[in-house]
Design a protein around this ligand. Structure first.
Ligand code: SDX
Length: 374
């Protein structure tokens, strides 16, 4: 951060890049978007303010925010033919496959213009509507069109469920803010990789959705709930699963635990854990998965195997419990992660393109056969 090293903004062939967007200190459990601590943003900001902050670098003024919100409303509609695309896919298709495939084709209806900021707002607005419409198609429900009188999160919930309430809106703002960016994680690096070839922005973001889907990355939030349900069905004995996770042969990992960078608590997990209690209380829900999650966390945090390896709960450990309380289906949890992460992907893509970064071309250490005659 001292500026001691200057890296190619687009990785180049070093595999690392410089960026002014998100700062993480894994040892201290620090996360800041454009210098603002995640704890403050989660407490005091709204998701549309954070989208603006990440992408354009500063908190929006009242006028800038009003204009941004008006543009999000203006661009929220989707071409009717998107419905045919959604209906052409089996209803059993995993929502991440639906989202990535339909997202990649949106350039057919909305070709890029020479105004990158306009393209960005349009993508943010339409992605929210695509997520909601894919939910409605999956459930066999009528599509709900965007309501120009509603804000981004309220409109998303209204397009999903036909209604929204204050507790759900507040929890959704916080969850989306907490997922909005995270430096050079797997899916963001994918977005930078694809974006560096100057591929179309929808195709670039579809690549990010595909990378996020993996259970070691964003797909972990779905895998955590499936793990908690398995523990519950198996009599609720968390120590059996902790023991299994310590046995390499088992191939089982405690989903929602560990992180490439955080070797201390993931600050987002702390916030989401508090939010889970608050949301379930507000909605009057008693979810045994939350109790099992807390027991699992307690046992793991006292176990030498996890302590020695600095394995702590990450952002995915508690988020699924809130999504389920908000009636989001389990296989839609990672789509919710993508909805939150979209502004982060876009901010990193914009940074890369605005700095005319070179095409990514990581190098390798060749360990194959020496030259030989065929
Ligand atoms: C996200 O990068 C990001 O920023 C991602 C993310 C974002 O916002 O974009 O934060 C979102 O993807 C969070 C991570 C979600 N994934 C999971 O919860 C899946 C379970 N976690 C593990 O698969 C794992 O912890 C990873 C993938 C997250 C990290 O993998 P690493 O870096 O290879 O793990 P490590 O080097 O820290 O592991 C050290 C040791 C190893 O054992 P040893 O070889 O030293 O004996 O800990 C073990 C690992 O096998 N280990 C685990 C474990 N995680 C690591 N053992 C059991 N259960 C686990 N969850």
């Amino acid at each position: 951060q001292s500026g001691a090293i200057t890296l190619d903004p687009g990785y180049g062939n070093t595999g690392s890049c410089q960026s002014a967007i998100t700062f993480i200190d894994g040892e201290k459990g620090i996360l800041r978007y454009r210098g603002y601590p995640i704890e403050e943003l989660a407490e005091k900001s709204t998701f549309d303010e954070v989208m603006y902050l990440l992408i354009w670098g500063d908190k929006p003024s009242a006028d800038q925010l009003a204009k941004f919100r008006a543009q999000l409303v203006e661009h929220a509609g989707l071409d009717e033919r998107v419905k045919k695309h959604l209906e052409a896919l089996p209803a059993t298709t995993h929502p991440m496959a639906v989202i990535s495939s339909v997202l990649a084709t949106l350039s057919a209806y909305y070709p890029s213009t020479d105004d990158r900021d306009e393209d960005i707002v349009r993508l943010l607005a339409k992605f929210k509507s695509l997520v909601a419409w894919s939910y409605r198609r999956k459930k066999g429900l009528d599509y709900i069109n965007p309501d120009p009188n509603l804000g981004y999160v309220e409109d998303f919930l209204n397009m999903m469920f036909g209604s929204y309430d204050e507790a759900t809106v507040s929890a959704m703002h916080q969850l989306l803010i907490l997922h909005a960016d995270h430096e050079q994680n797997c899916s963001t690096s994918t977005v930078r990789m694809v974006g560096s070839s100057h591929a179309d922005v929808y195709a670039t973001m579809a690549a990010g959705v595909c990378a996020l889907w993996g259970p070691l990355h964003g797909g972990a939030n779905q895998a955590v709930i499936e793990m908690l349900e398995a523990i519950q069905d198996d009599g609720g004995d968390v120590s059996k699963y902790v023991t299994m996770a310590k046995d390499k042969e088992s191939g089982f990992k405690l989903m929602g635990f560990g992180h490439r960078v955080y070797k201390n608590f993931d600050p987002r997990a702390r916030i989401i854990k508090k939010a889970a209690d608050k949301v379930l209380d507000a909605l009057g829900i008693d979810d045994p998965s939350l109790d099992i999650a807390k027991q699992l966390e307690q046992v793991a945090l006292e176990d030498e195997f996890f302590v020695a390896r600095k394995l702590y709960p990450n952002v995915d450990f508690y988020s699924g419990i809130i999504y389920r309380a908000l009636n989001i289906p389990t296989d839609f949890f990672t789509v919710m992660f993508a909805l939150g992460r979209m502004p982060g992907w876009i901010s990193q893509w914009r940074e890369l393109r605005d700095e005319n970064a070179r095409i990514h071309r990581p190098r390798q250490v060749y360990i194959g056969p020496k030259q030989r005659s065929f």
